[in-house]
Design a protein around this ligand. Structure first.
Ligand code: G3I
Length: 362
């Protein structure tokens, strides 16, 4: 690795995150986006909605000024974490709530960032009116179509990539039956969603997006078969994305480049869309220096995979500071999954990403 941990400094978040852990200094003060190859977008989730609503702080994107400063400086791609999801942007059948998503799109424009739209067809975070309503199949189909035309149409020309279909397969490579659209309308609705999104914004790149696809297996096979089928039907599918929510319990994703290459071979773009690396926290909640070193290697493995595959032009982490990470909310004994501490000081993983980006082929 390209950083050295000073033993005397270990065991406190502030010292573990200090720049002295990085052996490199030539990029000191530079941002991830400034050292990255021009073809590669470096993104983050933009914190708001979802788990943040129950936390004792105001909306991070709206109110945390230091957060916004780092967001603007370090990244040239932005993914609304929750603000474009159905329950957030379409809370009532006849009412859309565009304000928070509009604010992110505006911020992105002002700061030279592209936006990844997330997401249009998903089993989760759908509003109660949809989950609990009674609709005929024709009505449901019209509801989805109208949502896609309204949301994608509103941001036409302002979204680089859309996660059209999110997490549609389970771990056995079967369509998720908890997905209301697939359950009620059949998997053919996926092709329709792509067609509608393309009609609404012909320039946006349309993606399949999922976790648990970082290693080969039945889930990746299912996506490959679906991608082939959609392409054969001339459906406007443009990309396949690995979310890459990783846990140090399960080992580094050392076969990820091979997985991405399979989709590159089909002529698709590829992307990393939600990378984070969680770990079991020791008593006291502070990761050891060794854990942070391992975490940095995981981050690097994913970035290297993206850099190794020609079609990978977008590399996004799911939040950049532990202050706002979804991880401790979902996995109470795990955490420290992002590249910065709560006070935005950098962890070894940050410096490793920056070194790797700076050394990447242009
Ligand atoms: O909907 C319930 C609501 O009924 C209840 O009153 C409330 C009480 O806590 O919880 C609400 O659910 C919350 C949900 O967002 C909907 O707003 C969950 O607690 C909350 O944990 C959840 O968090 C979001 C999560 O997606 C939901 O799946 C996170 O903020 C967001 O970071 C996370 O992001 C997802 C990506 O979109 C897709 N890939 C996985 C990734 C991590 O889970």
């Amino acid at each position: 690795m390209s950083f050295v941990v000073q033993p005397a400094q270990a065991h406190s978040p502030s010292s573990l995150g200090s720049p002295s852990l990085s052996s490199e200094s030539s990029h000191s003060g530079k941002s991830l986006r400034s050292v990255a190859p021009r073809y590669l977008r470096i993104g983050t989730a933009v914190a708001g909605g979802g788990h943040h609503v129950d936390q004792p702080y105001p909306d991070p994107f709206t109110y945390d000024k230091p957060y916004r400063k780092v967001l603007a400086k370090e990244f040239n791609s932005a993914s609304p974490e929750n603000q474009m999801k159905w329950e957030f942007i379409h809370p009532e059948r006849n009412r859309y709530n565009f304000g928070p998503a509009d604010a992110i799109v505006r911020f992105a424009r002002e700061n030279g960032q592209v936006v990844r739209g997330h997401t249009l067809l998903w089993h989760s975070q759908n509003p109660a009116w949809l989950n609990e309503g009674t609709f005929t199949k024709a009505e449901l189909r019209q509801i989805l179509k109208s949502h896609i035309f309204t949301v994608v149409g509103r941001y036409k020309g302002k979204i680089q990539q859309w996660d059209v279909a999110n997490e549609i397969f389970n771990e056995n490579g079967e369509y998720r039956q908890e997905n209301i659209w697939i359950r009620e309308l059949g998997p053919g609705i996926i092709a329709d969603a792509f067609r509608w999104a393309h009609e609404a914004d012909p320039r946006a790149k349309l993606f399949l997006n999922d976790y648990g696809v970082e290693w080969p297996g039945v889930k990746v096979d299912a996506y490959e078969a679906l991608a082939k089928q959609l392409l054969a039907q001339r459906v406007p599918l443009h990309g396949f994305a690995s979310q890459a929510h990783l846990s140090m319990r399960y080992g580094a994703p050392d076969q990820l480049a091979g997985v991405l290459q399979r989709f590159d071979n089909l002529g698709l773009e590829t992307a990393i869309t939600e990378l984070d690396v969680r770990m079991d926290l020791p008593e006291g909640g502070v990761p050891t220096a060794e854990q942070l070193t391992t975490q940095a290697t995981y981050y690097k493995t994913v970035l290297d995979a993206c850099l190794a595959v020609d079609s990978c032009h977008s590399f996004t982490i799911w939040g950049f500071t532990d202050k706002y990470s979804w991880v401790p909310v979902f996995f109470p004994t795990e955490g420290a999954a992002t590249v910065m501490w709560d006070d935005f000081t950098r962890k070894p993983a940050y410096y490793t990403l920056r070194d790797t980006l700076a050394r990447a082929l242009r």
